[in-house]
Design a binder for this molecule. Structure first.
Ligand SMILES: Cc1cc2nc3c(=O)[nH]c(=O)nc-3n(C[C@H](O)[C@H](O)[C@H](O)COP(=O)(O)OP(=O)(O)OC[C@H]3O[C@@H](n4cnc5c(N)ncnc54)[C@H](O)[C@@H]3O)c2cc1C
Length: 415
């Protein structure tokens, strides 16, 4: 039985692991429907629902091929955490990364995975060429289909095998973490995104405080990364929530202690080690990408409703910004977006919280993260993306028998 990371999606279908491109082509040419799994870190039903699952982690390809300037061919199914040191060996790095690096590159780009930074695009926008196996088993490249169609696909145009990515010379980052009053984070967020290469903040529910993270380029000597206390913090937040069911005062006292114990961090390290961390506590997540001019108001309303109606929530709200790009299905297509992410414990019911807040994101013109929970369908999505119908037409042309289209995906991509 396959389950995703959050254990909210599962599939009772056989998983095969082709070891070569030829084996992959043979497997794909069979008539049964199939989906590819990367690291299974998406929260939505975009891996399950077909007759078969293919896992491409055994595909025998070099992680990183010899570079040609700042464009390098890589094994699209390698994990980001394998690619970063392999790129560093050649003197290169990803321009930006998200919170974790356990995803496969193909899985991450297929859902427009992003980090934070006003001038830094999502990972898919770094794809400059790609090779895929199409639904009939043939090889298709970005010479055959437009690049902007192939960057974000949810695996519906073909199976990515190799990708050429735009990289930068490897670099170190200075990471600074501090606690700030929420009003201050809200008031200065746009300045902070302008002033810092990477900026984001997490609002800690029921505290009025935000944890701000800044990353800037640095030539200073590397320091020792402090112990990752995020897991302990989330445990304390849960404990405070649980005690709050009996005593609101005790919850406030615990939250106050937590914010007092929050110590500032300041150290320098290799970019990918500094940007990414491990996430040990499982959660479910909804994230919407909003036009920057409305995001502050939406966030304020989200927090008002959280405080008023959702006393059981303890996971912080994460706020990031990503630069615009030109990929047809990228939520950042056409201009930068500010992303607001809400979370619940993986084992707890998310529906009351997510259903209550999603309309705020939708009314503000937000586009959902393709790998995170949302309730939109074709009509909503086609009005959010100018090239949506062009993408759907290409999908039908490349996959006329719907080999990659499950019922859940048909809800999104078929009128
Ligand atoms: C703890 C955690 C932290 C996260 N942090 C972030 C973050 O900071 N920023 C962010 O934007 N997102 C984040 N996410 C979401 C995550 O990055 C995306 O859901 C991503 O798609 C997961 O990659 P994966 O390798 O697990 O892919 P999967 O979830 O396994 O697959 C994703 C999609 O890609 C398709 N796919 C996989 N391989 C191929 C291939 N070779 N060819 C074609 N299609 C393929 C799959 O069929 C599926 O449709 C996080 C998720 C978790 C659980």
């Amino acid at each position: 039985m396959w389950t995703n990371w959050a254990k909210n999606q599962s599939a009772d279908t056989p998983i095969s692991r082709p070891a070569s491109i030829a084996e992959l082509q043979q497997a794909v040419a069979r008539p049964e429907s199939l989906r590819i799994v990367g690291a299974g870190h998406s929260f939505t039903p975009i891996v399950s629902g077909a007759d078969r699952i293919l896992d491409l982690s055994d595909l025998s390809l070099p992680a990183v091929q010899q570079g040609d300037g700042d464009r390098i061919w890589v094994n699209a199914n390698a994990r980001l955490k394998e690619l970063s040191p392999a790129l560093a060996d050649q003197g290169f790095a990803f321009r930006n990364l998200g919170d974790i690096n356990t995803q496969s590159l193909a899985g991450a780009v297929s859902t427009a995975t992003h980090g934070t930074g006003r001038e830094l695009p999502c990972l898919a926008a770094e794809i400059t060429a790609a090779r895929m196996v199409s639904a009939n088993g043939d090889i298709v490249t970005t010479d055959d289909i437009p690049l902007e169609m192939a960057q974000v696909t949810l695996g519906m145009l073909g199976i990515l095998t190799e990708a050429q990515i735009s990289v930068v010379p490897k670099y170190n980052l200075r990471r600074q973490v501090r606690l700030a009053p929420l009003e201050e984070s809200l008031e200065h967020m746009h300045q902070n995104w302008t002033a810092n290469r990477n900026f984001e903040f997490f609002y800690i529910p029921f505290t009025g405080k935000a944890v701000e993270l800044r990353h800037t380029l640095s030539d200073d000597p590397e320091g020792k990364a402090p112990r990752d206390l995020d897991m302990i913090a989330v445990k304390v937040l849960k404990l405070a929530r649980n005690t709050g069911r009996f005593s609101g005062g005790l919850r406030s006292a615990l939250l106050k202690l937590l914010t007092l114990a929050q110590s500032d961090e300041d150290y320098v390290g290799e970019s990918w080690r500094v940007l990414c961390s491990d996430r040990h506590i499982r959660f479910k997540e909804m994230e919407y990408h909003l036009p920057p001019d409305v995001a502050g108001d939406v966030l304020q309303e989200v927090i008002t409703r959280l405080h008023r109606d959702h006393k059981d929530i303890y996971f912080p709200i994460e706020v990031r910004q990503t630069a615009g790009d030109t990929a047809c299905l990228s939520p950042f297509q056409g201009g930068p977006r500010i992303s607001i992410a809400i979370h619940t414990d993986a084992e707890e019911d998310h529906s009351r919280y997510f259903n209550a807040l999603e309309p705020l994101f939708v009314e503000a013109g937000g586009r959902p993260h393709w790998g995170k929970m949302h309730s939109l369908s074709y009509n909503d999505l086609s009005s959010l993306y100018p090239d949506f119908d062009r993408f759907c037409a290409l999908r039908e042309q490349l996959d006329p028998d719907d080999k990659f289209l499950t019922p859940s995906l048909a809800r999104l991509f078929r009128p």
